[in-house]
Design a protein around this ligand. Structure first.
Ligand code: AMP
Length: 363
């Protein structure tokens, strides 16, 4: 069975690595040659909006998936005529635009930070008066890793934020004083069966994920249940098949949805070694119509992203319970080059091991 993937970055690479033991084959399409997945699967080089490239990608594929959410929706709909595109194109549509996404969750009765649409400076002033400062002004589209965002600390900073981002559709969000950032990953199979990963605690720096603690410490059954209910509502509304990631803010009033990604997610990389079934395997099982595997954690894990420069990998490999993943990318500031997952049976043992790893990765 061949699975076609739009995008051939590290997520495509890790999907392929998880799929070979299941007997799957992979064909990937990416505009960039020699992408991380190219070394281990058939990669086609071409743009996502070229019908010939898309037809070539879909040729003989049992199903088609994607590893990043900014694939043109039209391309996904075109491909859907060849073979099922999963997660469904509706999930792409709902997640590509922050305003549409927030309204989607609002429509499900799920709490989000307060928000307002901003198309002009007058609308920005009105939204700021309404939501109050501080607030976060974001582009509605193509934002990732904190790009396309400006924090407005007081009304006096509105002009500068507009200068930086104005001229495109924007969204203003109230600034949430969250306790911490969490994410929930869930898988839904073709028959509607569900698997939920435990909540994960995420730490960002400069808008980029640096560390995930899995399972997130100190999560009550009620909080896990609230997160699962949010995920379940989104999965059902979208007729979803595959893995969905939802980023959350934990506040005194409970969970607020920040955003979702209709794909495998960086905050789920720990699951390769730290869960009964990895997010990559469960995504493939779901889209290929296979039974889902358990998403339960095995012990405790910390995932550390390797960003910008390559660390001393030999020293990392000497740490007990450490699992290194390099993506075969050239170092560049801010670029995700790999990750390390450290596992242990107890939180105390994990803390010792992470204390050895962290200085090597983020000196
Ligand atoms: P995003 O690209 O929307 O995930 O935002 C990147 C990071 O900015 C998040 O992980 C948060 O740390 C922070 N952030 C985004 N939106 C808000 C908000 N409304 N209030 C406070 N912090 C935010």
């Amino acid at each position: 069975m061949t699975v076609a993937i739009l995008g051939a970055g590290q997520l495509g690479r890790m999907l392929a690595l998880a799929g070979y033991p299941l007997g799957l084959r992979f064909r990937l399409l990416d505009p960039a040659p020699a992408s991380p997945a190219a070394a281990l699967a058939e990669q086609l080089v071409g743009p996502f909006d070229q019908p010939e490239a898309l037809a070539q990608l879909a040729e003989g594929a049992a199903c088609i998936t994607y590893e990043f959410e900014n694939v043109p929706v039209e391309a996904a709909r075109l491909l859907d005529r060849h073979a099922p595109v999963l997660p469904p194109p509706a999930a792409l549509e709902a997640s590509q635009d922050r305003l549409v996404e927030k309204r989607f969750f609002q429509g499900l009765g799920v709490a989000t930070p307060p928000f307002a649409s901003v198309e002009s400076y007058a609308e920005l002033e009105a939204a700021l008066a309404d939501l109050g400062a501080p607030a976060v002004l974001k582009t509605r589209r193509m934002g990732y890793d904190g790009k396309g965002q400006q924090v407005i600390r007081s009304a006096g900073e509105a002009q500068a934020a507009w200068g930086a981002l104005g001229g495109q559709p924007l969204i203003l969000e109230g600034f949430v004083r969250f306790r911490r950032e969490l994410s929930i990953l869930a898988a839904r199979g073709r028959g509607g069966e569900l698997a939920f990963y435990p909540l994960v605690e995420n730490h960002h720096r400069e808008g980029i994920l640096r560390r995930s603690n899995a399972p997130a410490p100190g999560v009550s059954p009620a909080l896990q249940q609230q997160a699962e209910q949010i995920a379940q509502a989104a999965l059902a509304a979208l007729g979803y098949v595959g893995v969905l990631a939802i980023e959350l803010f934990e506040t005194e009033a409970g969970l607020l949805v920040n955003e979702m990604a209709p794909r495998v997610h960086n905050s789920g990389h720990w699951s390769i070694e730290g869960a009964e079934t990895s997010q990559f395997e469960n995504h493939l099982r779901a889209i290929c119509g296979m039974p889902l595997g358990s998403a339960a954690a095995r012990g405790h894990s910390v995932m550390l992203n390797i960003i910008g420069t390559l660390p001393d990998t030999e020293a990392l490999l000497r740490i007990p319970g450490a699992h290194l993943h390099l993506y075969g990318k050239q170092p560049r500031p801010g670029r995700k080059l790999g990750h390390l997952t450290v596992c242990a049976d107890t939180e105390a043992e994990l803390a010792k091991r992470v204390a050895l790893a962290e200085p090597l990765i983020a000196p």
